[in-house]
Ligand binder design. Structure first.
Ligand code: CUK
Ligand code: CUA
Length: 654
């Protein structure tokens, strides 16, 4: 049965959801948020035959997500891996996963978190506290991360194809991906914060800053004491997107959730859901209103330049609390517990998604100068507050004046017209219909993202709804179910659901980028990408070794360095001998010049493996504690004689 037929029979999962949501409406909202959609098991079962709906819809004139064999997608999707700690590259509209980019995780295939190169990138900007922690725990690197918000670098309001950036909520880090090779090239560890959540790059004139929200309140050195949570604060961080140095921090009231930047290069924004400075769910949703905090970039830069800051754990920090009467910030009240924060592609508006409130609050950025000048009151910046449905979390745009807001509790995508919502706000007694359409999504959507939708080149073709629950949409995979990322055609007047895509934990957010904006290389470039293997290069020079021609074993006391090249189907050093307990470093350079000829180095019985792409050098260091004959082999199928691409490490017992 199709959804429609079920609806007529009064059986749809929608009706069950509707009842649950309506009966729970009110301030039980917080509980509801979690579970309105989960209590409708029977509806789910009744509707489980509804899968073909998407097909018939695409037959009825929607664009198709089908990309035939050998055809290419039109967009790259940079998909967050959430608590998996990685970024996933997908093709859109097919939603095919193209690649995984390890970032805040450890990865067995590529050796990320184990090779010397990845360990340098993971650790080179650690705070002293993190380094001490790793030592105390006996860890080489932090093994996990929680990556929510991938965003690409901008020039003049659109993507420039240089970098992607993302946050790690679990361990307070921000990373950068070099889009030439699709590898993480920098990770910064941010002091004075707890939980880096919202993350956005500056759009104009370029990136510029990366704005990173410290979500939770903590006793910040010099400001708070652990005995009194009312003295705790959240801290906003601006990172230089070129050098990845921390430029400055701002101490704020309340907490910081999601953020965005304007299209003019003057202001940035963050929602706050815990203006109460509470430590519990009830406490944090107590007030009728929370706020959005607006940051005045010029005022902050001026203070930093003039030395009007405090240095806290090595970072320049200004005080942006309301009680400090700060020129750096303004706090604009918005209804209870806002979440997502999204700038419209025409550069005019900032949308603050209500979460516990059914509304989205719309700010007019052209009024912010007057707000900072004290000419108007904070709420005067609000030009619309449309009521959309239950649980608005994030908003995307089509570049034609429409906004698309996810409704978490209602499990719907709400399309609404921005100018009509403004008209409705200005003419309270006139009935203006601003909601264009509501489309069911499956189920509990968090972020959504439209093609090029966070740039001035929003093209209004596709929208992806990143749904937290998949329930009956896929074959049952056991108690842990995949998320459900749904592709929606927004090119016409009506939204049309086109494709369901299961994903592993947990895509919070996604960037949908026209394929022409990103041009990764087909092989590594020895000159351009030398940053990756610079330590190996330096050591090789000291040892008189040319990495591109290497076939040499160098011993220095109990340190052994093995230099080899990889050309299908052999390693230039077919075997080597070390003594038990030697510290061994193996450097492998892949000298292939053709694309797709990746080799690997896996050492049997030593728990290590690494990826070596064409023209790449990778290295790995370990202690040869296990005596005996240990074969190493190439784990990337590269040649008809791939199985033979192997060798032996002989460890002589003590
Ligand atoms: S948050 Cu996950 S649904 Cu971390 Cu961007 Cu809103
Ligand atoms: Cu080289 Cu397989």
């Amino acid at each position: 049965m199709s959804d429609e037929k079920l609806e007529q029979a009064g059986l749809s999962r929608r009706s069950f959801l509707g009842t649950a949501a309506a009966s729970g409406a009110g301030i039980a909202g917080a509980g509801l948020l979690g579970l309105a959609g989960c209590s409708k098991t029977e509806g789910d079962k009744a509707a489980s035959g509804a899968a073909p709906a998407a097909k018939s819809e695409s037959a009825s004139g929607a664009m198709t997500s089908h990309i035939g064999p050998g055809e290419l997608d039109q967009y790259y999707g940079f998909l967050s891996g959430g608590q998996s700690g990685e970024i996933r590259l997908v093709g859109v509209p097919s939603m095919r996963e193209l690649m995984r980019i390890p970032v805040f995780n450890m990865d067995g295939a590529t050796g990320w978190g184990r090779t010397n190169e990845s360990l340098r990138i993971l650790n080179e900007n650690n705070t002293p506290e993190t380094n001490k922690f790793l030592k105390d725990q006996g860890l080489r690197c932090l093994p996990n991360g929680d990556l929510h918000h991938p965003h690409l670098s901008f020039t003049d309001g659109t993507y420039d194809g240089r970098y992607a950036y993302a946050n790690d909520k679990a361990n307070n880090r921000v990373c950068r991906i070099d889009l030439n090779v699709m590898k993480t090239d920098k990770i910064v560890d941010i002091p004075n914060v707890s939980g880096v959540h919202g993350l956005r790059p500056q759009r104009y004139p370029k990136t510029g800053y990366i704005f990173a929200n410290g979500e939770h309140i903590i006793p910040v050195e010099g400001y708070g004491t652990w005995e009194d949570p009312k003295t705790w604060n959240a801290v906003y961080t601006a990172i230089d997107g070129e050098t990845m140095d921390i430029a400055w921090q701002v101490l704020v009231d309340g907490n910081l959730d999601n953020g965005d930047a304007d299209y003019q290069g003057k202001y940035s924004f963050s929602t706050c859901y815990n203006s109460e400075r509470a430590l519990t769910v009830q406490g944090a949703s107590a007030n009728e209103q929370d706020w959005v905090v607006v940051f005045n970039l010029a005022a902050i830069e001026e203070a930093i330049k003039n030395g009007q800051y405090k240095e806290v754990k090595g970072v320049k920090m200004v005080d942006g609390r309301a009680e400090a009467n700060s020129p750096f910030t303004r706090y604009i009240p918005v209804p209870n517990s806002p979440h997502g924060c999204n700038a419209s592609p025409d550069g005019k508006y900032i949308m603050l998604n209500g979460k516990l409130s059914p509304t989205v609050t719309v700010l007019d950025v052209s009024k912010l100068d007057d707000l900072f000048a004290g000419k108007i009151q904070p709420r005067d910046v609000v030009v619309a507050e449309p009521e959309l449905g239950l649980g608005p979390l994030h908003t995307a745009f089509d570049g034609r004046g429409n906004a698309y807001t996810t409704l978490f509790i209602d499990s719907q995508m709400c399309k609404w017209n921005i100018e009509k919502a403004i008209e409705a706000y200005q003419n309270k007694d006139k009935k203006v219909e601003y909601i264009v359409q509501k489309l069911d999504v499956h189920y509990q959507p968090g972020h959504n993202h439209s093609t090029m939708g966070e740039t001035k080149e929003a093209d209004g073709k596709w929208l992806v709804s990143l749904n937290k629950f998949s329930k009956d949409r896929f074959l049952n995979a056991g108690p842990l179910k995949p998320e459900c990322d749904q592709l929606i055609d927004i090119s016409g007047d009506e939204m049309k659901l086109v494709h369901d895509n299961p994903t592993f934990a947990e895509p919070h957010d996604m960037c949908l980028v026209a394929a022409s904006k990103v041009n990764p290389s087909k092989t590594w470039d020895r000159q351009r990408d030398a940053w990756f293997w610079k330590d190996a290069e330096e050591q090789a020079q000291k040892d008189g070794v040319d990495l591109m021609k290497a076939a040499k074993v160098v011993r220095e006391g109990n340190k052994v360095r093995v230099y080899m090249t990889a050309v299908a189907p052999s390693f230039s050093v077919p075997n080597f001998e070390v003594n038990q307990d030697d510290e061994v470093t193996v450097y492998v350079t892949n000298v292939e010049t053709i694309e797709d000829l990746t080799h690997g180095f896996t050492l049997e019985g030593y728990g290590l493996a690494m990826e070596i792409g064409p023209q790449q050098t990778s290295s790995i260091t370990f202690k040869a504690t296990q005596p005996g004959v240990h074969w190493f082999y190439c784990q990337w199928f590269c040649h008809a004689l791939h199985m033979e691409m192997s060798g032996q490490m002989i460890v002589k017992p003590k």
